[in-house]
Design a protein. Structure first.
Lengths: 335, 397, 335, 397
């Protein structure tokens, strides 16, 4: 048990994975000598060699495609995509190959590939460095998509992802990289599986479902709301595909109200899926329509506007007021 | 036994250093050959041997028996190809991509491989699959639509074909990088077409292969066409010219000459096994049939071009070689025909016997272990099917 | 007014577009001499020349990226992607460039690019030839996404798409290419805009929202249901981004029941968005949870299994029974 | 006036036939030059002219005035670059990608262009932007984060930079194809780095450019690094070797020699204007600073390497040339310094004056015309902001 930043906790997780299994190899741009632009892989090439921690040419399709070949050969590649906005050149290899090869080969070939993606905004960056592309992958059958919100989860989940025999998209909330927390490096039967959601705050009035960077915001909202006498239950989804609907369903059956929040654009985002699925499962328990608090349906804006794109505490509380039927920004909205 | 493996070449140990550098102070072109050599040909269309001091030694061990075996392979795969086209016409297969005309490129290269090499191919490499030992019924499963793939890649050392043009070249490169890590001298072979060379993936594969000195052979069958597009739309220079700029030596070979293809592939494999990295082979051949059974080449292929290539038939020239040497005996002809007939029959019968899979198998193998989410969809669909099995069924709109 | 197949109607639409505007150029694989693998562009290269109807090298990123350059130069490129499953190599150019350039340049640069994509299953094809990737693009801000279901719409909408100054993903329901219908080639003020939904069957009990290949199935369902005394209102969305929610909302406010159906996988599909948005807008009018009838969350299966993947008349009617509270396959479902 | 355009080369009409073919019966290598020539250099690091009968004629018109102008450009852009780095350190900019060391590559190439040519660049080409006439405040807008782009591309003949590595090379190629269609002899120029050459897009751009004989210049600044990765990881041969295999002639030029870069770019532009298609230029240079202000090159750059390149400074050698000719007068030095100072001041003041845009502008320019859908989001957010403008605001979590 030691205090680690979220970034460092992924690093120690990768270190463990490299130690535990000689078939684990890391591939990516600048992950070796530099340790990655966020230093997540700092020291790993020095300690495990350039054969296992490989700087690659600057070509994301190439990285993903060679990872497929390595997986064919029995390796467990861990690919780093430098920033969210640079994953698209690899999209074809991910959706047409990585996601489908196990199905295509009737189970003969496994693709235990982990794709690490620092994602999300709020860091004042230039274009392509603040995106939340997770929904593209949750719509792709054959992939697992997970994300973490605490150093502990970051550590255990990256190890679980690397150990998983399915391909896993592992989204890292880059604006929380420097958050610190206790990390226990022991994984045993009591460790929560990576495809389970976690209730991070218990409450009775409204279920707030979120993941990654906004878990902290939702926690703050729970605190603020409690001052107002409203009790929020905050669920960190952790796994976006598959979604642990059982946990969310159980909560909403109690609270009768759902707010989903994420940074990604609204239209066709994970929030739509969660709202639709939970409405299907809990329709007669719902007191209000599930509300979504998300990025707007515009390209991620320049840094000076990002606060007017990203959901924040106030927008979240406003949605809580909405599902509670209290005065809110849309009170009397006529469309 | 005609279908035996050709003996592999002597094996050398691979060097450990896995990347070459560029030094700007040295003349960067000092090791560039003056100019690429002409297309490799060991057997002319009339069946006579052509001398080539560089490549001949690589097929010195290939005597009459082995030439007869290659001949039989080519006759069999052509026969299977024609049979599959017929099966498609009869409604047994949804689609078939004929390899007619490319028998020498595929057999000559595939027969150079060892069992522990690994092939990553496109959809047209059915002769390669045959040489790798893929079952005859397995060749048609995908085209009948009863299965997502025909065979277990690990059982035959050949991945299931990639329909996405060019994607497999990266897979081969990654696999080859894995071979180096494992310290074995197996080689990965990527098959693809002339059209594929335009794809980013194929070019990135060359970048990675060069950078990691990966033991991979890029085997491009330039059959002159990508559906209706002539190769001149993809490349204004010979395709073999592309690789050297990436630091990968290339060989242009007559793809209708099974001996030349065998020799060139052996050279490439040997280089890979010795630790010298990738080679690019352009096998210049011709797609004598349509792109697939859905295609209508009369819309775009010039008749004269087609006929000129018919004169360079890859099987005919081996037949002539055997004939000139007095080896095209009635026994051989009979044996080859019998083998081809038997193979065609086996494939046809196998094809007829293929049954659609169980409905609920649509949910199998998405993940390596069940997810509650997909299990729920499966069980709901099961309930749905159960209801409709009880009730009278409805029609589709 | 003449009878045309849906495929031919797109062809005549493209012909008109080429005639109307000299800046329109067509790019794609095999679209010239061959006329495309579906013959949609048959005769166009002959009549407009290889300078305006261009066979391109086999590289989708290349096609899309050069289309961006042509658009920069003031052209209106119409790109054909040969099959749905081959669009992914162009994904980066589409989402990071085509979708964003107008925003990025503060409106200085327009991207009037139409991307034609034959899509969907039911034709017994091999892998990558039957997919429905539309949701990826509806989640991408800056793109318009439309699809047609009749020869008339095919004709007018492709012309509207080419004339639109925004990038348009134009999805063509390939299994309906050979459906015939009257086509009026006149476009005037009375012509419905391409971003409007169309009520194709009027009804009172359940709103069935669909698009593309399943509009015909939904029409059949309306007929079959009426035999059972249930009145379906069928809405052809036509535009998937933006969605004409006003039309859907008005319908559901009347019927109180919604079924959304599409071929694409369920998780994160267009159905999730429509269900979530309509629940937000019509919560108090809903009698039942919106139901989704979609492809399952598996890769598109081999042809022999596609009938067990694709929504059909019976699955649609079963969902109608579900929202009507009648006996259905999930009656008594415990999860 | 020192900052004037250099005179464009004589313009030839472009031929109309737009695609070359491959004929398999002809020796495919007949038109391949025996071997690529050595790196072009017209000015050595010590400031003396070097004779080169092939490239010298292309800068014969460049006299002392124009050399002084190029010198001033380089001094100004270096000064702007250092100023921008300082602005970043002061918290005025979020990020800045220095071009330190690459002044000759950028100024020499950009000054060869005509106003009706069009540039598609990466993020580091701020000297190119300066030469195209981009406003000094416009250079920093994006890096301050107050705007998605700095300038109107059509006003200066330069697209907004592409951050996605390599994507812009395809844009340039498509634009060049449009120039041919329009019957004009404008040329598109794509700027990119050594790392970019690994991307599929860049290779596809060469395929399209060759196939459509597009008047595009691929200008690769090989600054030896892609963030922390040395060029040897991207390419095991000189980068200039890549293009000829695609059918595109290439030139390797000393990227720290402004005259050689000018000459090489003129050769490439002239070829494009004459209808002979694309040229690939590799400008061999060095990134003297960090990748961006966020980078820490001490983690990966060898000190000796850095120092050896410092000896090849692109500005110093022009200074020496002027000095040797007795043209480095106090007046020139004063004028150049004054211009650089004024430019830096203008940029700094402009940067300080940049204001964040209106909140609701986040919804602008997504589409060319409003959609009911997004208008609804805009109005809802407006209502939300209105509510919070009335009420006391809350903090962020
Ligand atoms: C990414 C992608 N784009 C388009 C296609 C459609 N397509 C299938 S085969 C083919 C032509 C391939 O030509 P070539 O590489 O020369 O191989 P050949 O068919 O001649 O063997 C095309 C365009 C595809 N399968 N994948
Ligand atoms: C598609 C993509 N992948 C990764 C990155 C992250 N990245 C930004 S710059 C850079 C290195 C580029 O090197 P080079 O092409 O040599 O240009 P230079 O920075 O040296 O000018 C990388 C990897 C990116 N911007 N785009
Ligand atoms: Mg071909
Ligand atoms: Mg560089």
């Amino acid at each position: 048990m030691a205090v680690q930043t979220l970034a460092a906790a992924i690093g120690t997780g990768l270190r463990r994975a490299l130690q535990d299994d000689p078939r684990v190899v890391l591939l990516g741009e600048d992950i070796g000598r530099l340790g990655g632009v966020f230093r997540v892989t700092d020291g790993l090439q020095r300690d495990f060699g350039a054969d296992r921690v490989m700087d690659t040419p600057l070509a994301e399709a190439g990285i993903m495609g060679t990872a497929v070949g390595l997986a064919y050969r029995g390796y467990r590649p861990v690919v780093e995509i430098q920033f969210d906005g640079f994953i698209y050149p690899a999209f074809d290899q991910i959706v047409a190959q990585v996601a489908k090869l196990h199905y295509r080969t009737g189970g003969a070939v496994r693709m235990p590939i982990t794709v690490r993606v620092p994602y999300g905004g709020g860091i004042g960056a230039v274009e392509h460095h603040s995106e939340s592309p997770e929904a593209y992958f949750t719509h792709t059958a054959g992939l697992r998509v997970v994300t973490c919100s605490s150093p502990q989860d970051a550590h255990t989940m990256i190890r679980q992802a690397v150990a998983c025999d399915d391909p896993v998209l592992f989204f890292e909330p880059k604006r929380r990289y420097w958050v610190k927390g206790d990390v226990d490096e022991v994984i045993d039967e009591t460790t929560m599986a990576m495809d389970r959601a976690r209730v991070v705050v218990e409450g009775d009035d409204v279920t707030v479902v979120t993941y990654g960077p906004l878990v902290a915001t939702a926690r703050d909202a729970a605190l603020a709301a409690s001052d107002d006498g409203i009790s929020l239950e905050v669920i960190d989804l952790r796994s976006l595909a598959p979604v642990d609907y059982e946990t969310v369903e159980a909560s909403v059956r109690r609270t009768g109200r759902l707010v989903v929040t994420h940074e990604a654009q609204q239209h066709g985002g994970v929030g739509a899926e969660v709202a639709a699925s939970i409405t299907e499962r809990c329709f007669h328990h719902l007191e209000a329509a599930p509300a979504r608090v998300t990025g707007f349906d515009v390209p991620y804006p320049p840094a000076a506007l990002e606060d007017h794109f990203l959901p924040d505490l106030d927008r979240l509380l406003d949605a809580v007021d909405r599902v509670m039927g209290r005065q809110n920004s849309l009170s009397g909205w006529r469309g | 036994m005609l279908r035996s493996e050709l003996s592999p070449n002597p094996v050398h140990h691979r060097t450990t250093d896995s990347r070459a550098g560029t030094d700007d102070d040295v003349d960067p072109w000092q090791d560039l050959p003056a100019r690429p050599r002409a297309t490799v040909q060991l057997l002319s269309p009339d069946g006579t041997r052509r001398s080539d001091p560089e490549y001949e030694p690589w097929v010195q061990d290939v005597g009459t028996d082995q030439i007869s075996a290659l001949y039989q392979d080519m006759v069999v795969v052509r026969r299977l190809d024609i049979e599959a086209t017929a099966l498609q016409r009869q409604g047994q297969l949804g689609l078939w991509p004929p390899l007619l005309g490319q028998e020498a490129s595929q057999v000559g290269s595939a027969r150079a491989l060892r069992a522990d090499d690994f092939v990553f191919s496109s959809y047209r490499e059915n002769a390669v699959a045959y040489c790798r030992g893929v079952g005859l019924t397995d060749l048609v499963r995908v085209w009948k639509g009863t299965s997502a793939s025909g065979w277990d890649p690990y059982a035959v050392g050949m991945a299931t074909p990639s329909i996405i043009i060019g994607a497999q070249t990266l897979h081969a490169t990654g696999y080859a990088m894995g071979c180096v890590k494992d310290g074995v001298d197996s080689v990965a072979v990527a098959y693809f077409g002339d059209g594929a060379t335009s794809q980013g993936d194929v070019n990135e594969a060359m970048v990675f292969a060069a950078s990691f000195r990966a033991p991979v052979v890029f085997f491009c069958q330039n059959n002159q066409w990508a559906i209706s597009e002539p190769v001149s739309l993809q490349a204004v220079r010979p395709i073999a010219d592309r690789a050297p700029g990436f630091g990968i030596p290339s060989i242009r070979v007559d793809g209708n000459d099974v001996l030349a293809v065998l020799a060139a592939t052996r050279v490439a494999l040997d280089r890979a096994r010795r630790g010298d990295g990738a080679t690019f082979i352009e096998a210049v051949t011709y797609r004598m049939g349509p792109h697939t059974t859905s295609d209508d080449p009369t819309r775009y292929v010039d008749k004269a071009e087609h006929e000129s290539w018919a004169g360079r038939d890859p099987i005919l020239r081996v037949e002539r070689l055997l004939e000139l040497g007095g080896h095209l005996t009635p026994e051989l002809t009979r044996a080859v025909t019998a083998t081809a007939d038997a193979a065609a029959r086996e494939m046809r019968d196998g094809c007829h016997g293929l049954e659609p899979p169980e409905p609920l198998s649509v949910f199998d193998h998405v993940y390596t272990s069940p997810t509650s989410w997909l299990e729920r969809q499966r069980r709901q669909y099961e309930a749905y099917l159960a209801m409709y099995q009880d009730a009278p069924g409805g029609g589709e709109g």
